[in-house]
Design a protein around this ligand. Structure first.
Ligand SMILES: [Fe+2]
Length: 479
C-alpha cells in the first residue's frame, strides 16, 4: 500500500495505521488467566482505509473494520474483518479510492452515490451494537445498518427489518435488553430534520415518527429510560449557506443558542415531545438515563466548546486543522429534566477529560452508578491512555492506566456469572503499544480497576486505534 500522499498524517501512522490482513487466530498466548465465567464476544469498530485515501484523510473517513475476541471457557479467538459496505464494494471493483473524505471538497464526490443527502462514503466505521440476535455496524452520519455475523464477522448485508426500516439510522442505537427493544434516530438536511423509531424483538420497526427541529442538526447519540427517549437539538449545526460557499461539510458552533433536549415517550409522537433547554454544548455520547420521581436523569460527556480550542494560523496545514478539530474537551456531566416543572438542572461531575463512556448494559435505562470512560492523554492526536471508572453515588473514581506508550479502546463491562451488583464483573479493552506496534486484550476486575489485569491476551497483529465497541454476552448470542 502506498500512502505516500499523506505520509505526515498522524492518523495513518503508528498506532493508527491501517492493517491489511484479515486474521483468525485461536492459539493466543495469555499472560495471567482468562476468568472461566466469561463467555461472549468483545467487538470494536474503527476506521481502516482499504485504499490510499483520495485527498486529505480525516480519521473519521476510513472504511469500517471490526476486531473481535470471542471468549469461552478460558479460551480466546481473535478475528478482524472489514465491514463490506456497498460503497467499499464499489471501490473494490474500481481497485482504488473513489470518495474524498471530510476534508475534501464535496464537489469532487457529486458523481458518486449520496448517503443521507451528502456526497460522502457510508463506511459503517463508527459503532457496533447487538440486538435480537443481530450484530449491527453503523455510521456516524446516519447510514445503513450492516448486519454482521457475530462469530465470523462476515458482513451479511444491509439490515432493513423486512422493509420496515424506511429511513437510515445513526450508528448509536440504544438497546433495552430487558424489553428487547432497540431505539434509533436519523437526521437529514431537509425538514423536518429528525426522525426517531423503535425496533422490537421480532425484527420489525414497531414505531417510527418524524420530529421537527428549527433547522438541520447533527446529534450523535440519544438517551433512553424505561419509558422515554431523550433526543438532542444541540447548537453545533450545519450552516447550509456556509456549506455551499466553502464546499465542505464543516459544522458551526452557535454559542448564543441553548442546547435542547427532547423527552419523548418511547412510543410517542411529535406532539408528545417535551423540550428542555440547557447551556450551549455538544454531546457525543450519553452514558445512561433513567426516571427518578418527576425527573429524568441523564449522564453524559459534555463539550462546552466543540470547535477548535486555539485560533488556527493562516495557512494552517490540513493535519494541523484535523488535530485541532479532534481535540475534544469533554467532561462527565449530569442533567435533570423535571417533567412536572419543565426545569433543567445540570451539574459538572468531574474535571478530567474523558469520553467514550460505557456502562453495564443490563442497567441501560434504569438507575445506575458506574461508568467506564476513556481518559484522553491530551497529546496532538486523540487517544486513550487510561480507563476511568466513575462511581457517581460516592463521587469517586478509579483509574486503570494502559501503560507507557500504550493506548486502549472503548471498554465494555462484562457481568460476572450470577453477578451480585452492578459492577460485579470485568472490563475489557484492546490495547495497542504505539512503539512496539503490538496489541493485546486486557481484562481487569471492575471492582479493583487499579490493580494488575487478570489476563493479557496477546494478539497476532496490531489493532489500530478506533472508535466504539460492545460486549455481547454468550446467553444473548443463543437467543
Ligand atoms: Fe460515537
Amino acid at each position: 500500500m502506498n500512502y505516500a500522499l499523506e505520509a505526515a498524517n498522524p492518523y495513518l501512522l503508528g498506532a493508527y495505521a491501517p492493517v491489511f490482513e484479515e486474521v483468525v487466530d485461536d492459539n493466543l498466548k495469555v499472560i495471567g488467566e482468562i476468568p472461566k465465567d466469561i463467555n461472549g464476544i468483545y467487538v470494536r469498530n474503527g476506521p481502516n482505509p482499504k485504499f490510499e485515501p483520495k485527498g486529505h484523510y480525516h480519521w473519521f473517513d476510513g472504511d469500517g473494520m471490526l476486531h473481535a475476541v470471542h471468549i469461552e471457557n478460558g479460551k480466546a479467538t481473535y478475528r478482524n474483518r472489514w465491514v463490506r459496505t456497498k460503497n467499499l464494494a464499489t471501490e473494490e471493483a474500481a481497485g482504488h479510492s473513489l470518495w474524498q473524505g471530510l476534508m475534501g471538497k464535496l464537489a469532487a464526490n457529486m458523481h458518486l452515490p449520496f448517503n443521507r443527502g451528502v456526497p460522502l462514503k457510508d463506511t459503517a466505521n463508527t459503532a457496533v451494537a447487538f440486538h435480537d440476535g443481530k450484530l449491527l455496524a453503523g455510521w456516524y452520519m446516519c447510514g445503513d445498518l450492516y448486519e454482521i455475523d457475530p462469530i465470523t464477522l462476515e458482513t451479511k448485508g444491509v439490515q432493513d427489518y423486512n422493509g420496515t426500516l424506511t429511513s437510515k439510522a445513526m450508528a448509536h442505537v440504544k438497546v433495552d435488553e430487558q424489553a428487547n427493544e432497540m431505539m434509533f434516530f436519523d437526521y437529514e438536511l431537509t425538514q423536518p430534520y429528525l426522525a426517531y423509531g423503535v425496533i422490537n424483538g421480532n425484527g420489525t420497526v414497531k414505531h417510527f415518527t418524524k420530529i421537527p427541529t428549527p433547522g438541520p442538526r447533527i446529534p450523535h447519540d440519544l438517551g433512553i429510560t424505561e419509558n422515554y427517549s431523550i433526543l438532542m437539538d444541540l447548537p453545533l449545526i450545519y450552516d447550509l449557506q456556509l456549506m455551499m460557499k466553502i464546499g465542505r461539510a464543516i459544522p458551526v458552533f452557535k454559542r448564543d443558542m441553548p442546547s435542547r433536549f427532547g423527552v419523548i415517550p418511547r412510543f410517542g409522537n411529535p406532539e408528545d415531545v417535551r423540550w428542555f433547554e440547557a447551556n450551549p454544548c455538544y454531546i457525543y455520547h450519553t452514558i445512561n438515563a433513567w426516571e427518578e420521581g418527576d425527573e429524568i436523569v441523564m449522564d453524559c460527556c459534555v463539550n462546552d466548546d466543540p470547535t477548535p480550542q486555539k485560533e488556527l494560523p493562516k495557512g494552517a496545514s490540513a493535519v494541523e486543522k484535523l488535530n485541532e478539530y479532534l481535540r475534544l474537551k469533554a467532561y462527565m456531566h449530569r442533567y435533570r429534566f423535571n417533567l412536572k416543572t419543565g426545569e433543567t438542572k445540570e451539574y459538572r461531575l468531574d474535571d478530567l477529560v474523558t469520553e467514550f463512556p460505557l456502562m453495564n448494559s443490563q442497567y441501560l435505562g434504569r438507575p445506575s452508578r458506574y461508568a467506564y470512560n476513556q481518559r484522553f492523554d491530551l497529546s496532538e492526536t486523540l487517544r486513550f491512555d487510561a480507563i476511568v471508572k466513575y462511581d457517581t453515588e460516592s463521587d469517586t473514581r478509579q483509574v486503570f492506566e494502559y501503560g507507557k506508550n500504550k493506548f486502549g479502546s472503548e471498554s465494555p463491562f462484562i457481568p460476572r456469572e450470577n453477578a451480585q451488583s452492578e459492577d460485579d464483573g470485568y472490563v475489557i479493552s484492546f490495547v495497542t503499544d504505539a512503539v512496539e506496534g503490538t496489541s493485546e486484550v486486557v481484562i481487569v476486575d471492575a471492582q479493583n480497576l487499579d490493580q494488575e489485569p487478570l489476563a493479557r491476551i496477546q494478539l497476532p497483529q496490531r489493532v489500530p486505534l478506533g472508535f466504539h465497541g460492545c460486549w455481547v454476552n454468550g446467553d444473548r448470542l443463543l437467543r
